[in-house]
Ligand binder design. Structure first.
Ligand code: NCD
Length: 306
């Protein structure tokens, strides 16, 4: 039995297979509409979510399965003090696969140790978000045709943004990837990623504070929200929240085929006027999330695979 806790749980070859399956699903979802007949997905969400939870649920329903779960810690027995270990032991008897989001780093990993069904990390605190990464890779692969030879700008809250941490981990495995990290000093990527992921693998990167200066170099611009819920004090959040706002005037500096990605939700960091720019790919990205999760569920449940 397999879990997905970190984006590195799947090798490059396995990730490639998943992306090809997801692309096949995107081309003709009806082919897969019965492969999870009789299977149940439990969504165990201890933190707010719109896209991740609902795209997981849509994915399972599209595969002919059914879903059960909770969408906040308050509405589950966590509010009574139950541990994730006990919860997952019980849920293992109610469902065939579980997706868990939790504010504590490592909680889905702990759950996987006590589970008899596959556990998927749907975001753990400021740590990792591997299914967003599969979504991001699928978006880049489908729209750019490759995952190598890319200069990727990561902009905003690189300290607490788990989507960025997982994406860096996944992308350093492809040839000729370089990163441009655009953030205020206080929100730079954590040292463990700089040292253990980038420096150790000799991946080229630079850290800058001004977005406009680096726009012309980028093949992908990955915008992120400043993560209010992970700040210790409100003043810092208010000071930093609107530091980067991507608007039409800044888009003028970008390559004609640059893609703008964002895991969403956006707050102010992308002006709505950018939505009509053909390079804005974040709503397509949210749709790709359903296909990536359909492929993932099929692979972890070992159903419908040739
Ligand atoms: C992200 C998350 O939850 O980490 N959202 C998502 O899953 N699409 C990013 C965010 O909340 O800013």
């Amino acid at each position: 039995m397999r879990h997905l806790i970190s984006p590195l749980d799947f090798s490059v070859e396995e990730t490639e297979k998943l992306l090809l399956l997801a692309e096949d699903i995107a081309n003709d979802p009806s082919k897969y509409s019965k492969v999870c007949d009789g299977k149940k997905l439990a969504t165990l969400f201890y933190e707010p979510s719109t896209r991740t939870r609902l795209s997981f649920e849509a994915a399972m329903l599209n595969l002919g399965g059914s879903v059960l779960g909770f969408s906040s810690a308050d509405s589950s027995s966590a509010a009574k003090g139950e541990s994730v270990a006990d919860t997952i032991r019980v849920i293992s008897g109610y469902a065939d696969i579980a997706a868990m989001r939790h504010p504590k780093e490592g909680a889905p990993y702990v759950a996987s140790l006590h589970s008899t069904i596959p556990v998927i990390n749907a975001g753990d605190g400021g740590h990792q978000h591997p299914t967003q990464t599969l979504t991001d890779l699928l978006t880049i692969h489908s729209l750019k045709g490759r995952l190598d030879h890319l200069t990727i700008g990561l902009c905003g809250d690189l300290k607490f943004g788990r989507t960025v941490h997982s994406l860096i981990n996944a992308l350093v495995r492809y040839p000729n990837i370089s990163f441009v990290m655009i953030s205020p000093e206080e929100l730079r990527i954590p040292t463990y990623i700089r040292k253990e992921v980038l420096d150790d693998k000799n991946v080229p990167y630079k850290e800058v504070e001004v977005l406009e200066d680096v726009m012309p170099e980028l093949d992908i611009l990955y915008m992120t929200r400043v993560q209010k819920e992970r700040f210790f004090n409100e003043e810092d959040y208010i000071r930093l929240k609107d530091r980067y706002i991507l608007d039409a005037s800044k888009m003028q500096y970008a390559k004609e085929d640059m893609l703008v990605l964002h895991p969403l939700p956006r707050v102010n960091e992308i002006s709505v006027e950018v939505d009509k720019d053909p390079r804005a790919a974040y709503f397509k990205q949210a749709q790709f999330g359903v296909y990536a999760r359909m492929a993932l569920i099929m692979i972890l449940l070992e159903v419908g695979l040739c």
